[in-house]
Design a protein around this ligand. Structure first.
Ligand code: PLP
Length: 390
């Protein structure tokens, strides 16, 4: 009997220790963690930078409220805005506002685009996922998770991902388009370059803003700090969360300065957002992952992982139909119905953790610190599981 609500279908496993890419269960069994708390544990478990930051933060006032100045919050914002600026050819300046989760960052985005443009329509794409709070839920084109929660936030419209006809839906009544450059929850679907180019061109021509939902893809997951860097475009608004805190709850929205200006005192806020505790950790995480050499290593390891997975896929054409993704956000699509779920269960039986996504996709999200030997361990067990599976 549990006192918890049953909104999660939990796996009966409890972890009591973690180090690097490994978690140890209550019964002392060691698991390779290639789920990373769903793209959150960017530095793996018990990383010295993260542990030290928590120790430092514990001796500070861990919370003071946004009534006062918080130097750690300023520092984190400055780092993130600088990273966003350096991706942009025009050297656009950004400003940041903190929240506590990915959904909250997207809520802030929904509010700011409406206030800035004076328009209400927001377009999102099937297969996308933006969160569970009302605005974020309303922008998530998944009718099955809307069930029973009507009415949703009005003027949230859905279009087909990677579909040229969807571009024409962006018109002069559109406040913004929200897009994941790689849809994580939806099955690791990578946006087409031409489609992204057309989307940005159309949005610009009608005065609509583009929100890049980088909650899952951001903070180095794809081998660059932001996933949009792979596409050579610069969004007006960027939302980040998951990997940013390495495990502590944080979300942030970055907006170009002209847009950011509409968030005047009293327009938006959150009690807990950007506390000294959270920002001390965020600054430590950024200190590791925002380094070019670190990101190059992620990209190199991810490329190796991808190539080896492709070799395995070529041996099992009757089982695997696609390997896709960018960096350490990898999807393996299986052929027969439910095969991804079966492989996922079998991997766990062999002490390897990962996820599933979309309809029949195994989602692999290693911590960004994963080494070649840890990748080899995954590949070895993956091959064993494939060989044994019918
Ligand atoms: N956006 C994307 C792309 C996500 O993958 C998620 C969560 O999986 C969210 C938003 C919502 O984030 P959170 O669960 O922190 O509210």
């Amino acid at each position: 009997m549990t006192a918890l609500m049953s909104n999660y279908a939990r796996i009966p496993l409890t972890f009591v220790e973690g180090e690097g890419c490994f978690l140890t269960s209550e019964s002392g069994e060691r698991y390779l963690d290639f789920l990373s708390g769903v793209a959150v544990n960017s530095l793996g478990h018990a990383h010295p930078a993260l542990t030290n930051a928590l120790l430092v933060a514990a001796k500070m006032p861990i919370h003071v409220s946004n009534y006062y100045e918080i130097p750690g919050q300023e520092q984190a914002a400055a780092t993130l805005c600088k990273l966003a600026k350096t991706t942009s050819v025009q050297n656009d300046e950004y400003r940041a506002v903190f929240g506590n989760s990915g959904a909250e960052a997207n809520e802030a985005a929904l509010k700011i685009v409406r206030k800035y443009t004076g328009r209400s329509k927001v377009i999102s794409f099937f297969g996308g996922f933006h969160g569970r709070t009302y605005g974020a839920l309303s922008m998530t084109a998944k009718p099955e998770i809307h069930n029973g929660f009507a009415p949703l936030v009005p003027d949230c419209e859905y279009a087909a991902f990677n579909d040229d006809e969807a571009i024409a839906r962006i018109d002069n009544e559109t406040a913004a388009v929200i897009v994941e450059f790689v849809q994580g929850e939806g099955g690791v679907n990578v946006a087409r370059q031409k489609w992204i180019d057309a989307l940005f061109t159309q949005a610009k021509s009608v005065g609509a803003l583009v929100i890049a939902d980088e909650v899952q893809t951001g903070c180095g997951r794809t081998g660059t700090f932001f996933s949009f860097e792979h596409f050579g475009v610069v969004p007006d608004i960027i939302t980040l969360a998951k990997g940013l805190g390495g495990g502590v709850p944080v979300g942030v929205m970055l907006a170009k300065t002209c847009v950011a200006e509409v968030f005047t005192p009293g327009t938006h806020g959150s009690t807990f957002a950007g506390s000294p505790l959270i920002c001390t950790v965020v600054n430590a995480v950024l200190g590791v992952i925002a380094e070019e050499t670190f990101l190059h290593q992620v990209a190199r390891h991810a490329e190796y992982f991808f190539e080896e997975l492709q070799k395995i896929a070529a041996q099992y054409p009757e089982k695997i139909c696609d390997i896709r993704g960018i960096g350490f956000l990898i999807g393996v699509e299986f052929v027969p119905e439910n095969a991804a779920k079966n492989v996922w269960v079998e991997l766990r039986r062999h002490k390897v953790l990962c996820g599933t996504a979309g309809s029949n996709v195994l989602r692999i999200l290693p911590p960004l610190i994963a080494s070649k030997s840890e990748i080899d361990l995954f590949l070895d067990i993956f091959q064993k599981v494939l060989l044994a599976s019918k």
